[in-house]
Design a protein around this ligand. Structure first.
Ligand code: ADP
Length: 590
């Protein structure tokens, strides 16, 4: 019950105006049918009396009142029925957007660690899909339950005058429908939980077949048909299960409907017998027929509605679970960071990704100092990017500690840690936005500053390319939308670098900036980078030794450990892993 209350509170908080309107229309629509049935009985009884009396004012006059009332009632039902549809659309659209906004807010604030678990992706899939309209389904079901209940009470009031037990018959006849509805809800929900992974697979295959970022590879390797088959096979299973579920439900519903029909037939026989004995009028028979056939339907609506409220509460609990997940930024507090840090130090840091067995970082001791550029080199999978993620506090290490100017990072306010660093990620995002916005996104909270944008673009070597775009900085990038301009992979990366440079952060980290550096004078670029980070902490992660050699200090990583540290010359003298890798790279470069 508390779930129902919470779901309703959620709807209420999103749109009061629509909810109130909806409730009012619902009550009126609930009252109308019983009134209509009653007026029709009066009208029929009047007609029976009037039939054969001839067309005279005295005969017509008594019929006029009920006739007009009937017309007005039908008109009201017609107009309100359509209005209700409009109100329902207003309500569900407004609520949907409100809920999406909550879900999106939650999705962007939750920690990266969530993305490691498939359970999280399952939950996300459910919340973004089925669950998102469930509170509205629940509200509508409650509405139809309330509306039907009002109408049934009205009908019951009409028939209880004939015999006290008649309303009970109405209820008993509908019990099988309730059983069917509840069984179906439970089965459907269980199936829905089970099929989440399969549905996500179908979404994944669909992305592979339709997304531009994979289009070239899918064509070259002729994988399209393969994924189509996988998709179809899965869909066939899901489809058959769904159809089967529906078939069982229909069979049960038909059986339950039969019971209701039999009850109606028995009641009709009873009232007809009474009419034959002169104890009931034709109007009574009409009233009974309407009250019972509609009453049965309404009972069914009411019970199915009850089933749906129950059903929706199962789904909605998933939504509330998701919304109650708390990101680290909310759970942890800390003191602000004053000034720009002089030093960030890793002390005996060990780390394993959540849900994984493999220790990715092992006993890492490393210090990053202001004004000193550091290169981290190592083969793929050595743990370089992971080090970066810990530095940005996307995760906390399981062993050891990271200190910022001597303070454990966990005692610093998370938002201060996050704004402390700026990063060129290994696979930066290609924002479908103007070239300017692509850079300004580096620090969206700062007042946009054209000089800073220009400086960042120059430093990243993308200024001339932007100047050549049709609308310069205002050009929309990416080909998804009308008039978008596409950049090359390397150009996108330079743009991402400009974004990273745009943020005036005390720690500047570049993860594999090399794919864009090929055509450049590497040394010239590095000197500019060195200038930029002259009073900051500058870190370059790379597997290119010609770049790494220019750093003040080089740390060599292997299997999650730092195995050698020093300047280029020192490491060559050491004649270890760095020295041998250096000679290999230089030799292969010719
Ligand atoms: P590098 O940047 O040096 O190439 P990474 O730090 O990206 O290496 O990865 C180090 C190891 O951590 C790899 O063996 C990889 O399999 C593992 N790893 C990377 N990211 C994740 C993740 N999100 N979850 C689990 N393991 C991961």
């Amino acid at each position: 019950m508390s779930l129902v209350r919470r779901a309703l509170a959620l709807v209420w908080s999103s749109t009061r105006r629509w909810t109130v309107l909806w409730a009012v229309v619902l009550v009126v629509l609930g009252v109308l049918p019983a009134l209509t049935v009653y007026v029709s009985k009066v009208l029929i009884d009047g007609l029976v009396v009037a039939a054969g009396q001839g067309v005279a004012w005295a005969v017509i006059e008594p019929l006029l009142g009920p006739g007009v009332a009937m017309a007005l009632l039908l008109l009201a039902a017609h107009v309100l029925g359509s209005t209700a549809r409009w109100i329902r659309t207003g309500l569900s659209e407004t609520f949907r957007d409100h809920l999406r906004s909550l879900v999106h807010g939650q999705a962007v604030s939750l920690d990266l660690a969530h993305y490691e678990s498939s359970a999280y992706h399952d939950r996300m899939h459910r919340v973004m899909g089925e669950v998102s309209h469930r509170p509205i389904v629940m509200l509508e079901s409650l509405g139809s339950v309330a509306q039907s209940a009002i109408t049934i009470l009205g009908m019951a009031a009409l028939i209880v005058v004939y015999a006290w037990w008649l309303p009970l018959v109405l209820v008993v006849g509908a019990v099988p429908a309730l059983v069917v509805a509840l069984r179906f809800s439970r089965r459907r929900h269980a199936w829905w939980m089970r099929r989440t992974q399969d549905e996500r697979w179908t979404n994944y295959y669909e992305t592979l077949m339709t997304h531009s970022s994979v289009a070239a590879e899918i064509r070259l390797f002729r994988l399209g048909d393969h994924f189509r088959e996988l998709y179809q096979a899965l869909r066939m299973r899901l489809r058959n299960e769904r159809i089967d579920l529906e078939r069982r439900h229909i069979v049960e519903s038909v059986a339950a409907g039969m019971v209701a029909l039999i009850v109606t037939a028995a009641i009709m026989a009873w009232i007809t017998l009474r009419a034959l004995r002169g104890l009931a009028t034709i109007g009574d028979i009409a009233l009974f027929y309407q009250a019972f056939s509609r009453g049965q339907n309404l009972m069914r609506t009411l019970l199915v509605g009850t089933g749906q409220v129950y059903d929706s509460s199962l789904f909605v609990s998933e939504l509330f679970d998701f919304l109650s997940l708390r990101p680290m930024a909310v759970l942890t507090t800390g003191d602000p960071l004053d000034g720009r840090p002089e030093e960030v130090r890793f002390e005996k840091v060990s780390f394993t990704y959540p849900g994984s067995e493999q220790t990715v970082l092992n006993d890492i001791d490393v210090t990053f100092r202001r004004g000193r550029t550091v290169a981290i080199v190592g083969e793929n999978g050595a743990g370089k990017s992971t080090l970066l993620k810990l530095l940005c506090r996307f995760y906390d290490p399981q062993g050891g500690c990271i200190y910022v100017d001597g303070r454990p990072m966990t005692t610093v306010r998370p938002q201060d840690v996050w704004s402390m660093s700026t990063v060129l990620f290994q696979f930066p995002v290609q924002y479908h936005a103007s070239a300017r916005d692509n850079i300004v996104y580096g620090d969206i909270r700062a007042t946009p500053n054209d000089t800073a944008v220009e400086r960042a673009a120059t430093l990243a070597g993308i200024r001339d390319r932007i100047a050549r775009l049709p609308d310069g900085y205002e050009t929309l990038l990416g080909r998804w939308f009308v008039d978008g301009e596409e950049l090359s992979g390397g150009e996108w990366q330079r743009l991402a670098m400009a974004r990273a440079f745009y943020r005036d952060a005390p720690v500047v980290i570049l993860d594999e900036p090399t794919s864009m550096l090929d055509s450049w004078a590497e040394s010239e670029w590095f000197e500019r980078f060195r200038e930029l980070v002259a009073d900051r902490i500058g870190i370059v992660i790379t597997h290119r030794f010609t770049l790494a050699r220019r750093a003040d200090v080089i740390h060599v990583m292997k299997h999650g450990r730092i195995v050698e540290s020093g300047s280029h010359d020192e490491l060559l003298l050491l004649d270890g892993l760095y020295a041998s890798s250096w000679s290999e790279q230089v030799a292969s470069a010719g």
